[in-house]
Design a protein around this ligand. Sequence first.
Ligand code: GLU
Length: 416
Amino acid sequence: MTGMDNNNVLASTQIVIEEALRKLGYGDDMIELLKEPMRVLTVRIPVRMDDGKTRVFIGYRAQHNDAVGPTKGGVRFHPDVNELEVKALSIWMSLKCGIADLPYGGGKGGIICDPRKMSFRELERLSRGYVRAISQIVGPNKDIPAPDVMTNAQIMAWMMDEYSRIREFDSPGFITGKPLVLGGSLGRESATAKGVAIMIHEAMAKQGISVAGARIVVQGFGNAGSYLAKFMHDAGAKVVGISDVHGALYNEQGLDIEHLMDRRDSFGMVTNLFQNTISNDELLTLDCDVLVPAAIENQITASNADRIRAKIIVEAANGPTTLEATRIVTDRGILLIPDVLASAGGVIVSYFEWVQNNQGYYWSEAEVDAKLREMMVRGFNNVYELHTLKKVDMRLAAYMVGVRKMAEAVRLRGWV
Ligand code: GLU
């Protein structure tokens, strides 16, 4: 990319998808098909609020491509959800599934809402309303939702119940990230973070940095960020900085992660309880070994990439680094582990959950963890190998590995 930094997540993704497909030897027709989702449904969901009035929420479900198998990906509840973002997120899910070699294409959903300002019952009605609105295009063998930003196991439970009522039989395989008693998998809740931790270990080994005493900065203290901080702390690293939407905390001796986890609310808010916070910009540019953006898109951009002092960036969030920033940090010798590889742990264990639901046979946490590790390390090695062999940056290498199987499936089915 030249000139200005582009923080339009869909446009940036399309640039890399095109580059990846060209490098793999595919032409314009394949690019034309895979640069957009094959299906995007927009729905208006009427919800009776606690005050008796009806509010209409807008929701989306995007399905990138189902040549490999059913589509798969989370549903986010956030005020900034929009169609372009959901489309880009569905393409990223395809790439994650491709890198992990799962039998899925990518999907993604979202509802424009602020769950922090809604009651429990309003959230239940919204979740059920969303499933009614999208029920025709989803299902255990069509498109399988899961949690994402500000959605959780309880929301998955309501959605699964609603879908089962519509179909008139119990359908645990319709959605993943469910509570354990409803067919959830052991290890699913912390899976994204566990996968990110595995990636940090692999990346540090490549850079010759030891985990013991390493300084880690984590931006975001939601599901991925908070578990990750705990895993790295338990592994002997020093988590020197964390943040949420209110601000960031820094302690060069290492923060007390257990205390912070105890105090965080269900949306990952904790810094509001402290004074002496630092800004988001200060957090991102702290001197550290590993920086983990685990919040939202477009955090590392052309305006701060040259000031990042980490040796390794591991993207636990989806889309935290723009393309221009990717180029800047790569040129500066920082090893970047891109989102579609680093955060694949969630969908990997979602796949295990779906397999267990289909079989009606449930695995131990040790089994889940061992299989997760194996898949993450294989994905890392494939991407890293291509990165060194073809001399392409880590993001392009990840896209090439991620889109390869899908393009081949499209070709074999005779679509292109
Ligand atoms: N929302 C998660 C992601 O972005 C998980 C998706 C899933 O488990 O299907 O990868």
